[in-house]
Design a protein around this ligand. Structure first.
Ligand code: GDP
Length: 368
């Protein structure tokens, strides 16, 4: 059996099944030196996504196996999709290890937020889970902000040969962080598509005795961004500073987040809650009235109301939908996992949210 691994995602290379992870044409398999599988090649060179998933059970087994070898874990979280990345399954696997938390994509947060405020907010979230990280770093793998700080922390806490595991759900920027830590050797496949790193990949950080061990990214449950086609996924996962719009809305006014979620205000007559909505710039916000919802849905989803696009709108609307009622107090946020959040400035805000049954809604203390 061939044990050669893809230099991008770590999957075992094979040339028997094009739909399975690690596929390369036979002639490439015979090549010596670094080889990347067809999927990584396409992602890197054409931005083309070829979905190959990793099941939760497989993920847990793989990570459990490797966890024993680790001296320390770098847990990567995405500040924009914190709830999507603060994953219970991952936390439970790593909770007994020393953890350096890296809060990534800080470049996307509106600039008036100080990193220390974000770090305090994150610390409280860990305390709630009874986890006490060794350190919390605020970083942007994209701009390199704070990435060297992780190395400084590793050097501070560890001497000699050290196995450093890197864990996180898909899309948090794990591969980008690792590429930065390894220097400019761009050898892990970076993409906006979930499920890119499939198996465990080991690399030594140049000039150190730290072995970085990349683990597969698990696709968490309940993220709206995972329920649309990959073009729309690219739009929902923000790549530039997120948009923030403030709304003062009365009873029965409605906010649509593209065609993905319908938020209807349920407050009493005369009450005017104020809230700010945050999402990727490519998610269109639209205000309307309760009696226009059905018309908006039937005529404008896929065009004025995007995402979803024309290609995936039928698939999205065929998902089983639910309506959840929530009361969100001043200073709290209503998070639609993998899409965005509403931050209540004058409350309470009472809403009915319509979205797919599998999508998760969380209420948290405001971070912005
Ligand atoms: P992985 O699935 O966790 O390995 O994530 P990737 O490293 O493939 O990154 C997912 C997407 O997030 C890609 O489009 C990256 O360019 C983007 N990304 C990663 N880090 C950052 C960051 O610090 N800021 C921004 N704006 N985007 C980032």
């Amino acid at each position: 059996m061939n044990k050669k691994k893809c230099n991008g995602c770590g999957a075992e290379l094979q040339s028997n099944d094009e739909n399975r992870a690690g596929y390369v044409p036979k002639d490439k398999l015979k090549k010596t030196g670094n080889v990347v599988c067809k999927r990584c090649f396409q992602i890197t060179n054409y931005g083309k996504y070829v979905p190959v998933g990793i099941a939760d059970e497989e993920y847990i087994e793989e990570v459990k196996m490797i966890i024993k070898e680790l001296d320390v874990v770098i847990l990567i979280l995405d500040i924009i999709d914190f709830e999507g990345s603060f994953n219970e399954k991952i936390l439970n696997i790593i909770r007994d290890k020393p953890i350096i938390v890296a809060i990534n994509k800080i470049d996307l947060v509106p600039t008036d937020k100080h990193p220390s405020e974000i770090s305090d907010w994150v610390k409280k979230r860990f305390i709630e889970k009874r986890i006490n990280p060794l350190d919390i770093s605020i970083i942007s793998a994209k701009t390199r902000y704070g990435v060297n700080g992780i190395l400084t922390k590793l050097n501070h806490f560890y001497k000699g040969r050290t196995n450093v595991g890197v864990v996180g759900v898909t899309n948090v920027g794990k591969s980008t962080v690792i590429n930065r830590l390894l220097g400019n050797k761009k050898n892990l496949t970076v993409s906006k598509y979930p499920g890119t790193t499939l198996k465990i990949v080991k690399n030594i950080i140049p000039g150190t005795e730290f072995t970085l061990i990349d683990t597969p990214g698990i696709i968490p449950n309940g993220r709206i961004s995972d329920m649309v086609c990959h073009e729309c996924n690219l739009k929902i996962v923000p790549s530039s500073e997120i948009s923030r719009m403030t709304f003062k809305m009365e009873k029965d006014r409605v906010l649509m987040l593209g065609g993905l979620a319908v938020i209807r205000v349920l407050n009493e007559e005369g009450e005017k809650p104020i809230f700010a909505a945050f999402a990727s710039k490519d998610v269109k916000f639209h205000k309307t009235n309760i009696n226009r919802i059905e018309d908006m849905k039937s005529k404008h989803i896929g065009e004025m109301l995007i995402p979803p696009c024309n290609n995936c709108k039928d698939e999205y609307s065929s998902l089983k939908m639910k309506k959840e009622v929530h009361t969100v107090n001043e200073g709290e946020e209503l998070v639609l996992k993998g899409l965005g959040w509403l931050s209540v400035k004058r409350g309470p805000l009472k809403v009915e949210v319509e979205l797919p049954e599998n999508a998760e809604i969380i209420i948290r203390k405001a971070f912005i």
